[in-house]
Design a protein around this ligand. Structure first.
Ligand code: ACO
Length: 405
């Protein structure tokens, strides 16, 4: 026994016993020092620091350093880390050709899965994962290049030329610049938009052993290279029950159409109906049985950003707020402890920044890369056994192939 409620099954497995835990509801797959969640009380700490304090005082680059290295960087370490990330923002020119193999109307997440995985074909000079130096180089390459790849996905999708990164800009500023500037007109980065973007990156940076991070760890446990592992994480993130939810929230708000009471109630009733597969998107969480602390910060950011951009009367924001109120007063949601999660308000902010819906999960992937790679690095540093879940076999016992004598 390793704690009051934790049974260490390592010995039992060797004797032929195993736990059956569909969805890994109560099975820990690893030890980690990166992120702590207290779902009952709505607490999220990165390396011990509350997400609310990080969202106020930090930025995405500092947070990446913290997740990866365990401590907040001092000025000198921050400067060096920032420079290092900036130096790696460019991607190999052949990657431009690689992009051209995709259909332009492909979903940007489909393209991102492919190009992120292909990075190991371009950056195989530091892939000895037993070496601390090589792991750091790959981590920085991934954190640096993901915004570039994400913006390239967008530009390719809309048929505009790719925009090269500018290393004088901060992480979020640079991303917005690569997304929205074009050779024909001057693009000024709105500081309100850059701050909001950075906050969205921070709020999505890590969330311990969620489906995509667990996927990264499982892939990494085989010794696969970090680019391949991150590509696996991107694929897992894409699902609507995970990172695809922010896109689904906006679809749902658009479908609701207006903030009339009966319209919203109709959707809440649908979500409660067990014969209907519909769920309130952006509601509920496997771990939080209380307010998702990221959702609180996201809601405040949403109010601030829309106000500062002169969009305080946004109809979708009004529908979202009323929907939240109605659901939070409804016994179905109260009994099941279903609260808005981080994705409930993020889509509204992203839309206000001019980012199209099909890019929302891509942005989540950019932000989460830092968490994924920190977990991968922790796992390799601490040493791991290959991840290999057991199964409860329910099929036929042995039988003969037709015609076999
Ligand atoms: N709307 C209506 N009912 C819901 C919702 C919802 N959004 N979420 C959960 N429930 C109900 C379930 O039907 C179930 O009811 P039951 O006990 O009567 O059968 C109960 O609440 C428990 O739900 P589970 O599916 O068992 O919870 P689980 O932990 O497996 O799933 C999940 C969590 C996937 C997030 C779920 O709440 C969901 O589908 N939410 C909507 C999608 C979403 O917003 N995903 C984003 C998650 S956050 C992130 O990835 C960043």
């Amino acid at each position: 026994t390793t704690g009051p409620d934790v049974i260490d099954v390592r010995g039992l497995i060797d004797h032929g016993y195993f736990t059956y835990d569909p969805g890994f509801v109560s099975t820990a797959s690893c030890e980690s020092e990166i992120t702590y969640i207290d779902g009952a009380n709505g607490v999220l700490l990165h390396r011990g620091y509350p997400i609310e304090q990080l969202a106020t005082h930090s930025n995405h680059t500092k947070l990446s350093y913290l997740l990866l290295n365990g401590e907040i960087p001092d000025d000198e370490a921050y400067k060096a880390f920032r420079q290092s990330v900036s130096r790696h923002t460019m991607v190999h020119e052949q990657i431009v050709n690689f992009f051209k193999g995709f259909r332009r109307d492909a979903h940007p997440m489909a393209v991102l899965c492919g190009v992120a995985g292909a990075l190991s074909a371009f950056y195989h000079d530091n892939l000895d994962i037993t070496q601390d130096h090589d792991r750091q180089v790959s981590a920085i390459r991934l954190i640096a290049k993901m915004p570039t790849l994400a913006a390239m996905c967008y530009k390719y999708n809309i048929g505009q030329p790719f925009v090269y990164p500018r290393n004088d800009l901060d992480y979020a500023e640079n991303f917005l610049y690569m997304m929205f500037s074009n050779p024909c007109e001057e693009y000024r980065i709105n500081p309100v938009a850059a701050k909001a973007m950075d906050r969205i990156f921070m709020l999505h940076a890590d969330h311990e052993q969620n489906a995509s991070t667990s996927t990264v760890r499982l892939a990494g446990s085989t010794g696969a290279n970090p680019f391949a592992c991150i590509s696996a994480g991107i694929a897992a993130l894409w699902g609507p029950a995970h990172g695809g939810a922010n896109e689904a929230v906006l679809d749902m708000l658009a479908e609701i159409g207006d903030e009339s009471e009966e319209n919203i109630q109709r959707f809440v009733d649908r979500a409660k109906n067990k014969q209907d597969a519909f769920r309130l998107m952006g509601f509920g969480h496997r771990v939080y049985r209380n307010f998702d602390p990221r959702a609180k910060v996201m809601k405040e950011t949403c109010d601030e950003v829309l106000e500062e951009l002169g969009m305080g009367d946004d109809p979708q924001l009004k529908i979202a707020k009323r929907l939240e109120q109605i659901a939070l007063e409804d016994d179905y949601f109260i009994e099941r402890k279903l609260y808005p999660n981080v994705d409930f308000y993020s889509g509204i902010i992203l839309r206000a920044l001019g980012i199209p819906k099909n890019m929302f999960t891509v942005i989540f992937a950019v932000a989460r890369t830092t968490g994924w790679i920190s977990h991968w690095n922790e796992m390799i540093t601490n040493g791991t056994r290959i991840g290999r879940p057991r199964q409860l076999y329910k099929g036929y016992t042995q039988r003969d192939y037709p015609g076999h004598q």
